[in-house]
Design a protein. Structure first.
Length: 282
């Protein structure tokens, strides 16, 4: 074959055409691959957007269900740990709102009239915010008697209970369940009315009161209780005639809260249950 002959030129042209076809096919193949990649990215982005939308919808639905459930049962706060962010509500109480052991409440008694002391859940002179205490759980009425006596003033004390109360008088060794109404007198004179009489009630031998919820068969509170010590102190007061006589001031000391408040499980009404004892068993 002669160089640069017509036959050689024809063969070269055929090869060039073949190469062009292959190059065109490869370019087309790459373009198709790029198109597929772009379509996949678009589809993935659309899928993610759809999933995000569904997630948002599910979250909205969950929030709506949660709000509805809270509206159906407004007395329960879903608090699982003590470290959970507290729910703000006008009735929610904090530690400073709760009474603490050692607190002492002092009451003076007017010569005319009486002093009423009420221990309750959310009402009264002493408010506990406890699930174990009822409103008007215990009412104590103190009023003077024998007001004409120029040396000392005598008193009658009436205890009226709505909830369970265990009482230990100064001359008793055990706590006994209090009747719906019980009366004692603080006086130095003898009385024939049958009421327990004490010349005074001091801090060493106070009248002990335990307030709580349910009682077990052995006469003890199943869940917890508040123990108050009731005692008096003598003071010198001037009578209407100008002389001085011994009168009394009355004290209630919150001696014990057993086993204590569980503020992490309080209700939306600001009522706090007792801590669970013995691994949750009470």
């Amino acid at each position: 074959m002669k160089p640069y002959s017509l036959e050689q030129i024809r063969i070269i042209e055929e090869k060039m055409i073949t190469y062009e076809i292959w190059v065109f096919a490869l370019v087309l193949f790459v373009a198709v691959l790029l198109l597929i990649v772009v379509m996949q990215k678009l589809a993935l982005a659309k899928y993610k957007s759809s999933e995000l939308f569904k997630l948002k919808q599910n979250l909205k639905s969950a929030d709506k269900d949660s709000i509805e459930s809270q509206q159906e049962d407004p007395n329960i706060i879903d608090v699982h740990t003590i470290t959970q962010t507290p729910v703000h509500h006008e009735r929610i109480v904090t530690g400073k709102d709760l009474p603490e052991p050692g607190m002492i409440y002092k009451y003076s008694i007017p010569n005319e009239g009486k002093r009423i002391i009420v221990i309750g859940q959310r009402e009264g002179n002493i408010v506990t915010h406890s699930t174990e205490i009822l409103d008007h759980h215990l009412r104590i009425d103190i009023f003077p008697i024998d007001v004409e006596n120029k040396e000392y003033l005598s008193y009658q004390i009436e205890f009226r209970r709505e909830g369970k109360v265990l009482c230990q008088l100064p001359n008793q060794k055990d706590f006994l369940e209090m009747e719906m109404k019980e009366i004692i007198q603080i006086t130095k004179t003898d009385s024939e009315n049958g009421f327990p009489i004490f010349p005074s009630i001091n801090t060493e031998t106070p009248l002990r009161l335990r307030l709580g919820g349910r009682l077990s068969v052995d006469g003890k509170f199943k869940i917890g209780f508040f123990e108050f010590h009731f005692y008096t102190k003598d003071i010198l007061e001037r009578t209407s005639g100008g002389t001085k006589r011994i009168e009394k001031q009355f004290y209630l000391k919150l001696y014990k809260i057993f086993p204590g408040y569980d503020t992490a499980r309080q209700s939306r009404d600001g009522v706090v249950p007792m801590l669970e004892r013995f691994g949750g068993k009470v």
